[in-house]
Design a protein around this ligand. Structure first.
Ligand code: SF4
Length: 490
């Protein structure tokens, strides 16, 4: 059923917008080192919220509580992948598309040419260009971006929002960080184009908790862009107003899911919401909201500047344009590459990935903790949504962990099973209990398959539905490996 035809029920809960300042206020409390019961009471009173709400939110997010780190027990390639690097960004082909090369000092014609192009058209035409380009969300789900925009635009409302999702929680994924810190203006431009297309006047950049320096980079860029007339009132002399704010996330992997992200911005526990209504119908504060990943927004200016045909001339039929990939794990140096969709994985590995000691690559972990593994014999697979999903190891957000010939694959399976159990938000029993059961029985393939089926059919959101995929993928390809240890008891 197309999104636009799904009836939109009235939001059940109408929270005061003041609750939206709960997480920013908790961040300030954390900086002051004061999480006393008295402070929680004071905070609840000053925000007009129930004390129980403040306590449940503050205890839910890792940023505000002592929490075991994955790296305390992760195996070596995952430990390496969990270190957030400053990696070089390499692009393949004739043009780097995701991030433009001009600086803020460039004039509007070169720097904000995509936005200028958008403002010279109607919002409907801008949406149509994105639909025509075939751009799909780069955050993992791969939903057509233009359809999302059209849905938000066509939902009657006095207010709409654009959110740039930089939660980037996949282990080994750090492309959004690199893009935000190397060329944030292209993302602000993409947000402004999205806002113009859907009729939003307010946008947020939702930034992963661990990206400590990024909020100030983005905030500075917002100020500079406003001073140059690219954000704020009457942008580039038009009637279009658009303001952007930074929202610093407080952790939880599941907050990368757009409805959980919206819940956290509203000062609630970051748990996924029931759909429908979809965020494009009733998102932030019940208003139509487009949530796009950093890499998705990074493609938008190119499409407006060069045209949808130029964008879709690269890639495969179902995966248009370029993919931004990061490689970490057993590598000499982490690297980010932008490649045309459809290029063989082995080509990218050969050209850009160096393994310490010249060891053989045994497998590639893709699609984050809900993804899969690609054994070396399948490295001829093209980089694309459809080809990688077909072999059970989706492209996801583009983070790829290199596993060399010495890697104990069952240990990797165990680590990811623990990650899923630790990051389950606990809202529904199949996921809460099922992910823990997989940690206990991850070497028992029939048992994992049975639990996976329950997870897939009974879990509330995609996290639980896919939580066993990676374990199953490893068991399918490497189930015969015998480490001879009881890993689940480590
Ligand atoms: S499936 Fe897991 S992450 Fe999703 S709502 Fe249920 S417990 Fe939370």
């Amino acid at each position: 059923m197309p999104i636009s035809s799904v009836p939109v029920p009235e939001p059940v809960h109408r929270f005061s917008e003041r609750s939206g300042s709960l997480i920013p206020t908790l961040w300030r409390r954390k900086q002051q080192g004061d999480f006393s019961a008295e402070q929680m009471t004071f905070l609840a009173r000053s925000l007009g919220l129930p004390e129980a709400r403040v306590c449940s939110v503050s205890s839910y997010y890792p940023a505000f509580r002592a929490n075991e780190e994955l790296t305390d027990w992760a195996s070596p390639p995952l430990k390496n992948a969990s270190i957030i690097p400053r990696a070089p960004y390499v692009f393949v082909g004739s043009e780097r598309r995701v991030t433009a090369r001009c600086g803020i000092e460039s004039d509007a014609e070169t720097r904000y040419a995509g936005l200028c192009s958008a403002l010279s058209r109607s919002p409907e035409q801008v949406c149509s260009m994105i639909v025509e380009s075939g751009l799909r969300g780069r955050g993992g789900a791969g939903f057509p971006t233009g359809l999302k925009w059209q849905s938000a635009k066509n939902t009657p409302s006095d207010e709409r929002f654009v959110i740039c999702n930089a939660a980037e929680g996949d282990l080994g994924a750090f492309m959004d960080l690199a893009i935000l810190e190397s060329d944030v203006y292209s993302i602000l431009e993409g947000m402004a184009i999205a806002a113009y297309a859907i009729g939003a006047r307010k946008g947020y950049v939702y930034i992963r908790e661990e990206y400590h320096g990024t909020p100030s980079v983005v905030t500075d860029a917002i100020v500079q862009a406003g001073a140059k007339g690219f954000l704020g009132k009457r942008i580039l002399g038009s009637d279009f107003d658009f303001e952007v704010e930074v929202f610093r996330a407080a952790g939880m992997y599941v907050c990368g899911e757009e409805t959980a992200l919206i819940n956290s911005m509203e000062g609630r526990t970051g748990r996924p919401r029931m759909r429908p209504p979809f965020p494009t119908q009733a998102g932030l504060w019940g208003k139509p909201t487009v949530v796009n990943n950093v890499k998705t927004l990074g493609q938008v200016a190119f499409i407006l500047r060069e045209g949808p045909a130029a964008f879709s001339s690269v890639g495969t039929e179902k995966s248009r344009g370029t993919a931004v990939l990061s490689f970490s794990g057993n590598v000499v140096e982490p690297v980010i590459v932008e490649v045309p969709m459809g290029v063989a994985i082995e080509e990218v590995l050969r050209e850009f990935v160096k393994v310490p000691g010249g060891k053989r690559i045994k497998a590639l972990q893709t699609g984050g903790p809900l993804g899969g593994v690609i054994p070396a014999k399948l490295f001829g697979t093209p980089v694309s949504y459809e080809a990688m999903s077909a072999i059970g190891s989706p492209l996801g957000s583009g983070g790829m962990i290199v596993l060399d010939e010495n890697t104990d694959m069952l240990e990797v399976a165990c680590d990811f099973a623990r990650f899923a159990a630790a990051e389950s938000c606990g809202h529904c029993a199949p996921c809460r209990l099922g992910t823990a059961e997989i940690v206990r029985s991850f070497e028992d393939r029939p048992r994992v398959e049975a639990v996976a089926e329950t997870l897939r059919t009974a879990s509330f959101c995609a996290f639980g539905q896919s939580a066993a995929n990676l374990t199953l993928s490893i068991l399918r390809h490497f189930g015969d490996e015998d480490g001879g240890r009881s890993r689940s008891n480590r």
